[in-house]
Design a protein around this ligand. Sequence first.
Ligand SMILES: [Zn+2]
Length: 188
Amino acid sequence: MFKGEAVKCPYCAEEIQLEAIKCKHCGSDLKKIISEERKLKKEKSRFLLKAIVVIIVFVIFIAIIDSLSVETGYNISSSSLGSSKNSPAYMLASIQNNQQTGNVIPSQKMVNKFDMYLNKLVKKCKENSKSRIGDYVVTAQTELKKEGVNLQLSEIISGINKSIPENADNLIGCDEAATAFVVLVSAQ
Ligand SMILES: [Zn+2]
């Protein structure tokens, strides 16, 4: 019967079409009421559109943040530093144990300690991704000393320089740093 959307006339409560400007049942003038109803509907769909846009922008934002953190390369997972025989933590522990006892096989406790120490360094890099080599080297020396490994600053610098890519612009990433320590301390 009705082609358009039906609404109730506020005066006689009979059904009339949304487009009507005059009630066909009671003859009331509906211009103002109907236009308000239309405005409300428009606002509703506008709000829905805004909500969808906000959600899409948010999703894109999260995706960009995610891809950036991968590109900067500060994502060493703790498993890659872990306690397997090829891990940096194991190698460092092995060198320290050899210095102290003459035995290259470290205890699990010692490996775990180095694993914790390397993760601490990675965390530091994440917090301050653009720290220059100078600051990093001093930190590294202090941290290594705490673990019983004594190295000169020049030794640490040359070890790190050997392992950073030429295009790194004198900045060091955590993965390069972790590799540098292994290369450096292994050479001792
Ligand atoms: Zn009416």
